[in-house]
Design a protein around this ligand. Structure first.
Ligand SMILES: [Fe+2]
Ligand SMILES: [Fe+2]
Length: 328
């Protein structure tokens, strides 16, 4: 994007016009200058917060501590199969293990999404100017995501979940995103995924009965993701305002697709296979499960409120979000 991270112009030299009174600024230039100033103020705030509240999960989490096989990683009612006949077939330890594998799968999906996001942020910086706070914050966010993805991989290893690889479908979608080179989609996707995981992980932080390791991972992620959301939202607002109607129509469909795929990815079919269940049957049971539907609606709520306020989701374009159980 050619307008990325444009350095703020000097406030001492407003453009003058011979037909306008002295010190009058042409509205579009004034708006651009204000926008850059707002962007830089936000970036300065986020950089200060990053300096104060950044975490190193490799040293702050005790990775060698034994993992209790009877601890749930997610509240039971947030496990995709909770309350289904398949759930009733599992004993208490198997249910706990299922919740741990579901959270491990969620962290694997997190790695997939963070790698896509990092590529988008690097592209954003490449097109910009690193003397701006806005571009410096983008790199700070990449540094956060590097630590998160490593933390998630450590969690996967510690719990014995076998792989951090995404599904083939997600893998292809990630590569398509690299090809499309759409930074606006990067920011919108980040808002959706970050709000969604934030809501899920806040529930984990609050529930003291859950596995301590999972709660430590969730706590670090919640603290650092709040800044990422604060960076992406004003950026999407600015870009959405500049988008033409035909482009908005395509964007709405693509974002709903990305959001639905990201959510589908949080329970990889191997989670069910590890529990000795048929992945096709289990996925069908999860899709029909009202508890699982409610979980997704609850976790998606803040992102959907933001998209609705902005006009990215409208009553006329809500259908794919409802079909994905992301809107009631
Ligand atoms: Fe993250
Ligand atoms: Fe993030």
């Amino acid at each position: 994007m050619s307008d990325t991270a444009t350095p703020p112009q000097s406030p001492a030299a407003p453009p003058q016009s011979p037909v306008l009174p002295a010190r009058t600024v042409v509205p579009s230039q004034s708006a651009a200058r204000q926008r850059n100033a707002d962007r830089e103020l936000n970036a300065a705030r986020l950089l200060r917060a990053s300096a104060k509240h950044s975490h190193d999960p490799l040293t702050e989490i005790d990775w060698a501590a034994p993992v209790d096989p009877d601890h749930y990683a997610l509240p039971a009612h947030r496990v995709a199969l909770y309350g289904t006949p398949l759930w009733e077939r599992l004993d208490e330890r198997q249910r706990a293990q299922l919740s741990v594998h579901q959270f491990a799968s969620t962290t694997a999906a997190g790695i997939w999404f963070e790698l896509v996001l990092m590529e988008g942020l690097i592209r954003h910086v490449y097109a910009g100017d690193l003397t701006t706070g806005h571009a410096q914050y983008a790199l700070t966010e990449v540094a956060d995501e590097c630590r998160h993805s490593t933390m998630f991989a450590r969690y996967i290893t510690a719990t014995g979940y076998p792989s951090a690889r995404p599904t083939r479908r997600a893998d292809r979608l990630g590569k398509l995103h690299f090809l499309l080179n759409d930074t606006t989609m990067t920011f919108a996707g980040a808002i959706f995924v970050e709000e969604f995981t934030d809501a899920m992980q806040r529930e984990m932080v609050r529930d003291e009965s859950l596995q301590p390791l999972a709660r430590s991972v969730a706590r670090i992620h919640v603290v650092e993701e709040a800044r990422h959301i604060g960076y992406a939202k004003p950026e999407l607002e600015r870009r959405w305002a500049a988008m033409t109607a035909p482009r908005r129509a395509v964007f709405r469909r693509a974002l709903a697709l990305l959001a639905r795929q990201s959510v589908a990815e949080i329970v990889h079919p191997r989670v069910y296979a590890l529990a000795g269940l048929d992945p096709v049957e289990a996925r069908r049971a999860a899709e029909a499960n009202p508890h699982w539907r409610q979980a997704r609606i609850d976790w998606a709520r803040k992102a959907l409120e933001f998209f609705t306020d902005l006009g990215v989701v409208t009553p006329a374009t809500a259908r794919p979000w409802q079909r994905g159980a992301l809107l009631p």
